[in-house]
Design a protein. Structure first.
Ligand SMILES: Nc1ncnc2c1ncn2[C@@H]1O[C@H](COP(=O)(O)OP(=O)(O)OP(=O)(O)O)[C@@H](O)[C@H]1O
Length: 233
């Protein structure tokens, strides 16, 4: 790594009862890259993202963002898109923008409105009048409109059609500052591969493989999608 890690974990361990969701998970991620978080169902991707986002502080080991232990300081640096809807169904898009503006000091309402327009959405619509893909776009627009140093997106393109996936990815990328760190969990590696700088592959709560996509592709003479299929077969 050429610069100090923005995300740093050591022996990060999270249990849900008898289930070990994160098992002594060690990770260092430098800023200025787009990272794909990959792994089969239940390997701990959501748990890792929630932990780094400060949504669940019931863990052992070390987890730091920009040198700070996970807590209020790191929450201010991290913009998190969960895999479930976090907005009130009856709200209008304009109300969601106001809500974010009140709640997050680093929120740029103009940027959010601009991305909503880029997605071709009507800001006066209510969420319960929108399709799943349209609601996902609203959530992406809000999440990416923060001037955060770390963006953690949990499955932002699952459950939408291939054309919408590309539009959502474009909406994510057009808002990203070069020095930010973006980590995206996905099963849709083929769609994401062209934009990734590096990947983190997980298995059973552990780090299975981490590397820059160019290095991995050169080493294996295969696409990341093919490497993933073989690794998890
Ligand atoms: N709230 C919870 N209570 C109990 N067990 C949980 C809870 N959340 C996650 N788990 C368990 O922790 C493990 C990791 O789950 P997690 O959701 O992090 O996996 P994932 O890689 O995101 O899966 P997927 O790809 O299916 O979204 C799984 O065994 C899951 O059943």
């Amino acid at each position: 790594m050429t610069s100090e890690p923005l995300i740093h974990t050591r022996q990060l361990t999270k249990r849900y009862g008898k289930t070990l969701a994160l098992d002594n998970f060690d990770l260092d991620l430098a800023p200025g890259q787009i990272v794909g978080l990959l792994g089969e169902n239940g390997c701990g991707k959501t748990t890792l993202l929630k932990t780094l986002a400060g949504m669940d502080q019931d863990f052992t080991g070390t987890a730091q963002i920009a040198g700070h232990d996970i807590g209020p300081e790191t929450k201010a640096l991290v913009s998190f898109l969960p895999d479930t809807s976090f907005l009130a169904d009856s709200a209008k898009v304009t109300e969601c923008i106001h809500y974010f503006d009140d709640f997050f000091a680093d929120f740029d309402a103009d940027k959010a409105r601009d991305t909503i327009a880029f997605f071709g959405l009507d800001a006066s619509s209510r969420l319960n009048e929108m399709s799943k893909g349209m609601r996902e776009k609203v959530q992406v627009a809000l999440t990416m409109a923060r001037r955060a140093r770390v963006f953690l997106l949990d499955e932002p393109i699952s459950g939408v059609d291939p054309a919408a996936r590309q539009v959502i990815l474009d909406g994510v990328l057009r808002n990203l500052e070069p020095e930010s760190l973006l980590m995206i969990s996905t099963h849709l590696i083929h769609d994401l591969e062209p934009v990734l700088d590096s990947v983190v592959m997980m298995r059973h709560g552990k780090l299975l493989q981490q590397g820059y996509v160019d290095d991995l592709r050169a080493e294996h003479s295969k696409s990341i999608d093919q490497i993933f299929q073989e690794m998890y077969r």
